[in-house]
Design a protein around this ligand. Structure first.
Ligand code: ADP
Ligand code: MG
Length: 392
């Protein structure tokens, strides 16, 4: 199934290994405020250190515009990693150049070095071949463990892989195996749950899942556009008028596979304290808007989820940031957690919701990559994965 080389296929003893990780973590007051992504890369880093390699880490952080910006420096990440690994982690304030080359040159087995934010370099997002070559010159081997960036063809995620023996890290492998298996060879019934704010973000995903899944359950703001496409007045609900035509097409194509909410929770304002009402799905009164799926929908979706072999979930069922409108999302989360299905959750807000519900440890796989997981569900090959060496 997974046909790429992994770290375990490399002879890393005494080698310098350039590892692209996804250390795009939130910082607060100069400190890492959520280290989930750093911890997710530890198995690969630890494996390399245990097997006698020197490790050179690269990552982007945030979206710095037009060059170095101290706000997005990886220096705090180096400190944090050092605590997690319980060993020194060197930091160099450039990605390539004399200082980086010198620091890489001096590394010994068991040493760890972090280079500065890849996006401080204009060549990164352009996948500049010269930058890729310079990066490659720092090391003997390349490992990509940055699943969250694998959908981008950048110098540190794609270009560099053409210059060195290139393999996947354990996180990359795990993500691809779970998501790839769900799409290519799911245990059936395969139930997909899609929600979130906008349908336009996820049209390709809905299309692909209507082919691959047995049922596609739709909630969240995106359901509103489907309702309007079917001719219901939707009041002040979030609707994407540009996507009405596509919504109609998807409803037709999806036939009985595509299931929309049968009841909804409406509010008289987009506000945590707004007045709320439950109603069976129908015309939304003027001045009101859909904020969540209703209890009957939670029960109906829950039934499908209970009987599933595989569940893939992306996108909250409602405005879960307001407790009043979080019941749909948490109800579905509870159903997914208690189902015996292989369960996979992706998407920044969806993962936040499952954590908030306290149910994360009852999910088979929580993806660390929002955009990358969506592209996998859409069936698009990830350039950062494609560029790695195939297993012989
Ligand atoms: P993810 O990050 O999991 O991919 P999205 O970013 O697509 O999810 O969508 C999450 C957002 O969708 C949340 O901020 C949530 O408030 C919003 N949302 C969900 N349902 C509605 C709705 N009915 N109206 C407006 N916004 C909604
Ligand atoms: Mg989001």
């Amino acid at each position: 199934m997974f046909n790429k080389k992994t770290v375990e296929d490399l002879d890393v003893q005494g080698k310098r290994v350039l590892v692209r990780v996804d250390f795009n973590v939130p910082l607060q007051d100069g400190k890492v405020s959520d280290d989930t992504r750093i911890r997710a890369a530890l198995p690969t880093i630890q494996y390399l250190l245990d097997h006698g390699a020197a490790v050179i880490l690269t990552s982007h952080l945030g979206r710095p515009k037009g060059g170095p910006d101290p706000k997005y420096s990886l220096a705090p990440v180096a400190d944090h990693l050092s605590e997690l690994l319980e060993r020194p982690v060197q930091f160099v304030d450039e990605l390539v150049g004399e200082k980086a080359a010198q620091a890489a040159q001096n590394l010994k087995a068991g040493d760890v070095l972090i280079l500065e934010n890849t996006r401080f370099h204009p060549g990164e997002t352009k996948n500049d071949p010269e930058l890729a070559r310079q990066l490659a010159s720092l090391a003997d081997l390349y490992v990509n463990d940055a699943f969250g960036s694998a959908h981008r063809a950048h110098a540190s995620t794609e270009g560099v892989a053409h210059h060195l023996p290139a393999a996947a890290g354990f996180l990359m492998q795990k993500e691809i195996q779970y998501l790839g298996q769900a799409i290519a060879d799911p245990k059936r019934p395969f139930v997909a749950i899609l929600g979130g704010a906008k349908i336009s973000d996820k049209i390709g995903v809905i299309r692909n899942l209507l082919e691959k899944a047995d049922q596609v359950l739709i909630g969240g703001g995106m359901a509103n556009t489907f309702f309007k496409a079917q001719g219901y007045p939707t009041g002040d609900s979030l609707v994407e008028d540009d996507s009405l035509e596509i919504a109609r097409e998807l409803v037709q194509k999806g036939a009985s596979k595509l299931r929309l909410p049968i009841d909804v929770v409406i509010a008289n304002a987009f506000d945590a304290e707004a007045e709320m009402k439950e109603m069976p799905m129908g015309p939304v009164p003027d001045g009101w808007r859909i904020m969540d799926i209703g209890p009957q929908t939670v029960a109906a979706f829950g039934k499908s989820i209970q009987g599933a072999g595989t569940v893939v979930w992306n996108g909250p069922m409602g405005v879960f940031e307001f407790p009043r409108f979080a019941k749909g999302t948490f109800g579905v989360a509870e159903a997914v957690a208690s189902s015996s299905a292989t369960s996979i959750i992706g998407g920044g807000d969806s993962v936040a919701a499952i954590n908030q519900a306290g149910l994360a440890d009852r999910i088979t796989h929580i993806s660390t990559g929002g955009g990358a997981s969506l592209e996998m569900l859409e069936g698009i090959p990830l350039p950062g994965l494609v560029a790695l060496n195939d297993r012989d």
